[in-house]
Structures are given as C-alpha cells and as structure tokens.
Design a protein around this ligand. Structure first.
Ligand code: P1T
Length: 389
C-alpha cells in the first residue's frame, strides 16, 4: 500500500486488505512473504534487524499480528498455533488460587481446558449464564480475576452485554476477555465496548477457508500485552509462517464473507423458524431471540451461526444431519462452505451431559455454520434432509 496511507485510520474494509502489510522491501512482492526461517543473521551479538529467533518474533506472524490488532481496534496483537493456545495463554497469565467466572455456554474445548487442565494447577472456575448480569455478580468472589465471555456463544448463540459486564468487572478489578470467534471484529469490537482482551480461533472466520488452525489475542493494555508476549515466547505455542500467511490472506475478504454469511443465515433462520418440523431456532437476528435487542446494539450484524432443535426424538436429529448434501457433517465453522454438526456428540462432547443440559444445550441440538453458497440451495438442502429424516 502507499506509504502515506495511515491504515489504522482507514475504514474496516481498507484495514482488512492492508493493515500490517507493506510490500516486501527486498523485492516489492505485494503479498507478505512466507519467511521459512527459524533464525536471523546478526552483525554482532544482539545487533540485528529486529528479528533474532522465530519463536520470539517472526515477520509473517508480525504482519498478521498487526493486521488483527488493527481489525479489533487494538494496539497489540499476538498469534498462536490454535484458538485453544490463545485461550490457554490468557489463563496462564493468572496465578494458582485465582478464580474465573465463565459463560456456561461455550466451546467444549474451552470448558475442557479450564476444568481438566487449569483446575489441576489450583485455578477455580464458575460457569454461569453471562447473559444474566445478576448471575455474574453473584458468582464473583474476592478471588475472581477474570471474566470469560463468548458472545454470541457456542452453540446456543446467547448474547452477553460486553459493556455492562465490563463495567461490573472493572469495578471489582476483574479482567474481561471476550472470545470473538463467532462475531469476528467485522461484527463486534469487544475492546471498544470495554473488554480488556479479545481471543480468537483464527481457524474459523478469520482464516475463512477451513485450511488452517490458529489463534490470536488482541489488547490495548501494554502491561497485559507484555505479560502475554512473554508467555507467547516462554511457552512457545506459536503458529507457523504458512499458517500466518493463510490467515492474513483470509482477513482480506473478511468483511465480504461476513456480509454473505449473515444474509444467508438470516434467510435460513427465518425459514426454519416457520418450519412445522422445527421445535426451536437460536439465531440472534430473529426478533424472538432473547438477546436480539442487545445484539443489535453491540453488533453490526448477527453472523453466520444458527442452532436449532427438530421435533421428534434424538434419532431423527441424528438421521437428519447425515442427509444433507450441500451442508457437510463436520466439526468447526466459519469457512466459506456450509457445515452441519451435533454439538452434544461432537464439539461439546467434553462437557458432562448434566452441565450441558443445565446450560440449555439439548441432546438433539443441531448446529449450522452457514457458508457463502446460494441461500436457496442451502434452504432446499435442509428441507430435503428434514423431510427424509
Ligand atoms: O480449534 P481451535 O482453533 O483451537 O479453537 C478453539 C475454539 C475457541 N473458541 C471458540 C468459540 C471455538 O468455537 C473454538 C473451536 N470450535 C470448534 C472447533 C467448533 O466446531 O465449535
């Protein structure tokens, strides 16, 4: 991009394409090179071009870190080898004895790392419905150091009030981290709403093409950044150069893809909500969704994720998800292609059934990651699968 352009003052679409990236100084290559190098030659000990070792700092990763920071409206970005590595690094900044209040509808792997890994190191977690501010207030103890939010949540698309919860948390000196994977920075900017940290699985919409696993954290707080940057280097859960390149290529079209994901999801949610074989539809774009008004306030659009319950028994739901032809039965989300899944046995299988049911995640719940295909084809595919199940 032209040197006189200030990417961070530019609008989202311009930042998506350009932020963090300059033509390669050696060749003029417009695309950020995939620097396949683990180390850098120094003129004298400690005298180098800013790069000493690739776990610590890497040029392709740095471009992605700057790009994601810009998209989230943050000063500092840090990239990781997976979304779980990003989440883990945030929790690693806490100490044994600290308490975390977390949403109770969240990615199963996040629940698993909190309870099966970090509880062994003396951290404690309370899982509550964070769309209810009073429930959060009640769960806070003098030891609470972090409020962990997913909004919209996975898989029930619950909406939590980032601004109000940040005010509550900050009044008690508690940090707020928002997993913004479902919304993406195009639809929601948690830092502007008061959160301290944004976490991502870049595997999903940021990468956008189901060809990479990655994670990221963005913050405006220098002290927090320094702590997390130390952990990124000390623990070493970094992404490889090719993975960084793929996510960087993905973010260039994030705004375009999110518009289509949202348009398609809205049409499908409306269709399903009128369908006589459907018992329940969870989509924040529907006026009947309890978080609809809040989602309208804190998001630019409602995103591409939907979950629903079919009428009838679990077997019918399990049959239906194997009958689609355009939607593929698979874990993950956020790619250009549509996916269908069964959270209770797939993405959320690591949450005990009792906990799942308490959070409202029914055994028969079906989750859709709506892609960017033709909406009519997607609706016809779902209708045919429901009819044949
Ligand atoms: O898979 P990984 O890149 O490590 O990201 C973990 C993660 C974190 N946060 C949210 C909200 C997520 O949905 C995920 C991963 N989720 C799936 C694989 C899934 O199908 O829900």
């Amino acid at each position: 991009m032209a040197e006189n352009t200030e990417p961070d003052k530019a609008k989202f679409a311009t930042r998506a394409v350009h932020a963090g990236q300059t033509p390669d100084p050696a060749t003029g290559a417009i695309m950020t090179p995939v620097y396949l190098t683990s180390t850098y030659v120094q003129e004298a000990p400690g005298k180098h071009k800013g790069y000493d070792y690739s776990r610590t700092v890497h040029p392709t990763r740095l471009a992605l870190e700057r790009n994601l920071a810009s998209l989230e409206g943050g000063k500092y970005g840090l990239c990781f080898g997976s979304g779980m590595a990003a989440t883990t690094t945030i929790v690693q900044a806490l100490n044994s004895g600290d308490h975390v209040v977390s949403c109770n509808d969240l990615y199963g792997g996040t629940y698993r790392v909190f309870t099966k890994v970090f509880e062994r190191f003396g951290l404690t977690f309370s899982f509550v419905d964070t769309s209810d501010i009073k429930a959060v207030e009640k769960a806070i103890t003098p030891k609470t150091k972090l409020l962990w939010l997913e909004t919209p949540s996975n898989p029930l698309l619950k909406i939590s009030d980032i601004k109000a919860l940040s005010e509550l948390a900050h009044s008690k000196k508690i940090l707020v981290a928002v997993d913004n994977t479902f919304a993406t920075p195009y639809l929601q900017e948690p830092l502007a709403l008061g959160a301290d940290l944004v976490a991502h699985s870049t595997t999903k919409y940021l990468g956008g093409h189901s060809d990479v696993v990655g994670g990221a954290i963005v913050t405006n707080d220098k002290e927090l950044h320094d702590k997390l940057k130390f952990l990124q280097n000390a623990v070493g859960a970094i992404p490889g150069p090719m993975d960084c390149f793929l996510v960087l290529r993905g973010t260039k079209t994030l705004h375009l893809r999110m518009e289509r994901h949202g348009e398609n999801a809205m049409k499908i949610a409306e269709h399903l909500s009128k369908h006589k074989e459907i018992a329940k539809v969870h989509y924040p774009g529907l006026k009947t969704h309890p978080g609809h008004e809040l989602a309208k306030r804190q998001m630019r659009g409602f995103g591409g994720m939907i979950s629903f319950e079919l009428k009838g028994d679990l077997d019918r739901a399990m049959r239906m998800i194997t009958k689609t032809k355009v939607f593929s039965l698979a874990e993950s989300l956020g790619g250009v292609e549509s996916l269908i899944g069964h959270p209770a046995s797939m993405t959320h299988g690591s949450i005990p059934r009792e906990e799942r049911l308490k959070a409202g995640l029914a055994d028969g719940l079906i989750r859709l990651s709506v892609g960017v295909e033709d909406a009519g084809d997607l609706i016809a595919d779902l209708d045919a699968a429901i009819a044949s199940a």
